[in-house]
Design a protein around this ligand. Structure first.
Ligand code: NAD
Ligand code: IPM
Ligand code: MN
Length: 352
């Protein structure tokens, strides 16, 4: 049976980069996928009043995997708006139960020169963030009474356990080092996070656990990024630290993510947003979305060889092809996508 991939292009550059990722999935050797497109975010608000229409949820539930572009933009960003595109994305993550958001980061040698850090600090950077995705301040009770606003930050032991286990498994399969990031010197949720992490990590004697406070982690990511392997943290800290880390790789536009729950179905999206400043011009970097498609092949469809082929094709493009403007080049989204497709086709010929 063909795998069914639900595609949610969203807003801004979302449709541009998901089209690139779909083209690459279509170009992957010998695999036939069925794609269906559904509305989410600002465009869904415009069409239906709801940032996550019921039909979109149904399609995602029925799919083997979900590929998403980005949501949001100035049109829907009025602080007094009754409904926002981002609410659709958060509701989708919660509905699909994808509590573990994997955000890998490697710094390609050619991009090291574009990083704000000196290239020698970036040698050997190879880390994965595991960001808790369905709890914390994002999902706590929100109130606004007069001059006072409250965002409750709440975590249960069970919510911490499941994401930390996922991080321990990942560390075990990699270099065996786990860094847990919290603010245990101040926050009660962080103290629960730290105690739970210590207890779960005891089941993984082959994994070395260290704790870092989030403020010093923000600094350490810039001063010794190659020292880290797997970094697990709560939702809001993970959101902030992963954009910081993405900048080390030269651009927000190259970082992918996989959001996973207990089943095989996952939600795959680049970590960047809808980039309203460049939307509609055909110049967005498609690499974050294309690498998200590779994660989809690996984690939801079990197509490891195909995932590796896409990653190798992207590496080859980063080695030698003209890149998009965020990476100092002049290429369009389409040209970079075609370059990836060319490398994929060339690899298939060699393999045949
Ligand atoms: P952003 O990630 O959209 O853009 C930040 C900067 O990075 C911009 O200068 C943009 O041009 C650049 N950039 C981002 N992706 C790029 C790409 N693929 N190629 C080239 N350049 C790229 O963040 P923002 O401007 O803070 O947010 C814009 C909107 O996106 C907001 O409404 C926000 O809520 C939303 N957002 C959505 C998601 C998501 O859907 N997953 C993620 C982050 C932000
Ligand atoms: C991300 C984004 C989202 C988040 C927003 C758009 C809700 O910034 O995926 O990193 O904060 O999780
Ligand atoms: Mn973010």
């Amino acid at each position: 049976m063909n795998a069914h991939i639900a595609v949610l292009p969203g807003d801004g550059i979302g449709p541009e980069v998901t089209a690139a990722a779909v083209a690459v999935l279509r170009g992957v050797a010998g695999q036939a996928f069925a794609f269906t497109e559904h509305a989410i975010g600002g465009c869904a608000i415009d069409a239906t009043g709801d940032p996550l229409p019921a039909a979109t949820v149904e399609a995602c539930r029925a799919a083997d995997a979900v590929l998403l572009g980005a949501v949001g933009g100035p049109k829907w960003s009025d602080p007094n708006a009754p409904v926002r595109p981002e609410q659709g994305l958060l509701a989708l993550r919660a509905t699909l139960g994808v509590y573990a958001n994997l955000r890998p980061l490697r710094v390609h040698p050619r991009l090291a020169a574009l990083s704000p850090l000196k290239a020698e600090h970036l040698h050997g950077v190879d880390l994965v963030f595991v960001r808790e995705l369905t709890g914390g301040a994002y999902f706590g009770r929100k109130t606004r009474e007069g001059d006072v606003a409250v965002d409750e930050c709440r975590y249960s032991v069970a919510e911490v356990e499941r994401v930390v286990r996922r991080a321990c498994e990942l560390a075990r399969a990699r270099r065996g080092r786990l860094t847990s990031v919290d603010k245990a010197n101040v926050l009660e949720t962080s103290r629960l996070w730290r105690a739970t992490t210590e207890r779960i990590a005891r089941d993984y004697p082959d994994v070395t656990l260290e704790h870092q406070l989030v403020d010093s982690m923000a600094m350490l990511l810039l001063t010794r990024p190659s020292a880290y392997d797997v970094i697990v943290t709560e939702n809001l800290f993970g959101d902030i630290l992963t954009d910081e880390a993405a900048a080390l790789a030269g651009s927000l536009g190259v970082s992918p993510s996989a959001s996973l729950g207990d089943g095989r179905r996952g939600l795959y999206e680049p970590i960047h947003g809808s980039a309203p400043d460049i939307a509609g011009r055909g110049v967005a970097n498609p690499i974050g979305a294309i690498l998200s498609a590779a994660l989809l092949l690996r984690h939801s469809l079990g197509l490891d060889a195909e995932a590796a082929a896409v990653e190798a094709a992207v590496d080859a493009v980063l080695d030698e092809a003209e890149l998009t403007a965020d990476l100092g080049g002049h290429a369009t989204t389409q040209q970079v996508t075609d370059a990836v497709l060319d490398r994929l086709a060339a690899r298939r010929k060699v393999a045949a």
